[in-house]
Ligand binder design. Structure first.
Ligand SMILES: Nc1ncnc2c1ncn2[C@@H]1O[C@H](COP(=O)(O)OP(=O)(O)OP(=O)(O)O)[C@@H](O)[C@H]1O
Ligand SMILES: [Mg+2]
Length: 406
């Protein structure tokens, strides 16, 4: 078999067999590529089948499935694998498989079975987007079958917040120390990595990570430490299952923030209860790599012909969306509109559907900048605020910053 170039730090984990395996840490540390490499190697050798999950199924094909296809291509193994993109199935000539499913598709998760042998491996990519309950269900899902083959659940993620259930269940429970980078036991292994562990990064990648000025982002995304926040902007929100209420949501406000390569395109669909001053966020899109035609298709799927208020910095994209039948308009974004928008949103109740994990993660970490003494100043850190910006655009006419100047 052709050689696969694996970063050294991960080599001992190729045949690690602990029941739960956590690979977490800073951005671009090689976590996802390694687990993709291990999946391809294991399946090619035979005897193991993988189920690869993310919180939202729709995002899988364009993210983790592509990473696995890239590993197959780099290892010159394309002849050995048959890739069925539409069903989310990669089958090796030996009959073993890599299957893909979103945790939002409960029926598919329940019924998914490999053609040959047992489901030995489950990999949850970006695991901080998922709920404790859905991960428990996955572990149950692996029970039974051939008991002679070790079952593994692998989680990969950035450690966005120490108050996350993953910290509580897997780190606090074993007395994980801040300086620790590894833990190994039969039931759980943990490996922490950051950019120094990925020899494939360019000098430019490294500088980008090292030059991060904000303490929280440096901690989490540069060095892979569990995030601890001060000066959070929004606390006026809660998560609920809104799926049953959807047809009551008639007073719609939708917002869109453009993004393509490093930033995702972000959309929120909401309903405004004017009397109760309550915003219900019932759908979101958060996805990189969408060209405007794909984006237009997603917008129409999510909201049909409803108006969507978009970031006006991209008039050409707005014009393209309009041409493709999207009812897009540009946000006005007057002077101080960011602070006005934030102030107005802070005066509302925000109820978020439990499936909108990305908005929840953004709100958890959205914070004011700090001065040298660590005091908050009234300027938000301009990061991970794509859905929040979309939400501001959606309510721009309500927040009405510009009219304050008359
Ligand atoms: N073994 C490898 N061979 C070649 N390139 C690699 C390898 N591992 C990582 N890379 C390169 O480094 C980049 C970052 O790696 P990867 O996406 O695995 O990081 P990550 O730890 O999952 O990051 P994040 O936390 O941002 O998801 C990849 O896109 C790829 O370009
Ligand atoms: Mg990754």
């Amino acid at each position: 078999m052709p050689q696969i170039a694996i970063n050294d730090v991960y080599l001992p984990y190729l045949d690690e067999m602990s029941r739960v395996q956590v690979f977490y840490g800073g951005a671009s540390s090689g976590k996802s590529v390694f687990v993709a490499q291990r999946a391809v190697t294991d399946v090619a050798q035979g005897g193991r089948n993988y189920l690869v999950c993310r919180a939202v199924g729709r995002t899988i094909r364009r993210s983790v499935m592509n990473e696995i296809r890239k590993v197959i291509a780099d290892a010159e193994l394309t002849k050995l694998f048959d890739v069925n993109r539409s069903d989310g199935i990669i089958t090796c000539k030996n009959g073993y498989q890599i299957l893909f499913a979103g945790l939002d598709d409960v029926e598919k998760i329940k019924s998914i079975t490999p053609e040959r042998g047992a489901l030995t491996d489950v990999w949850v990519e970006e695991a901080t987007e998922t709920s404790r309950d859905s991960v428990r269900q996955l572990m149950k899902r692996q029970r039974g079958g051939d008991e002679s083959v070790a079952k593994r659940l692998t989680l990969t993620f950035n450690p966005i917040l120490q108050i996350h259930w993953i910290y509580e269940d897997y780190f606090a429970s074993i007395g994980w120390a801040d300086k620790q980078t590894q833990h190994k036991a039969n039931d759980l292994s943990i490996l922490k990595t950051w950019y120094i562990h990925n020899k494939f990064l360019t000098q430019q990648d490294i500088e980008g990570l090292e030059n991060e000025k904000d303490k929280y982002y440096r901690d989490v995304y540069t060095y892979g430490n569990w995030g601890v926040l001060g000066n959070v902007i929004f606390s006026n929100w809660r998560v609920e299952d809104l799926s049953e209420m959807r047809n009551q949501f008639t007073n719609r406000r939708n917002g869109l923030d453009f993004g393509f390569a490093s930033d995702p395109a972000a959309i929120v669909c909401t309903h405004y209860d004017t009397r109760k001053k309550t915003i219900y966020v019932f759908d979101e899109l958060y996805e990189r790599g969408l060209t405007n035609d794909l984006l237009a298709a997603e917008v129409k799927r999510m909201m049909g012909g409803d108006v969507v208020t978009c970031d006006s910095a991209e008039p050409k994209s707005i014009a393209e969306l309009q041409k493709m039948g999207v009812n897009a308009t540009g946000a006005k974004k007057g002077k101080d509109s960011v602070t006005w928008g934030i102030d107005w949103l802070k005066q509302q109740e925000i109820v978020i559907d439990s499936r909108c994990v990305n908005l929840r993660n953004e709100l958890l970490a959205y914070k004011w900048k700090e001065d040298a003494g660590g005091n908050a100043i009234r300027v938000p850190v301009d990061k991970n605020n794509h859905l929040i910006d979309a939400l501001r655009y959606a309510y721009e006419s309500e927040a009405g910053g510009a009219t304050w100047y008359f």
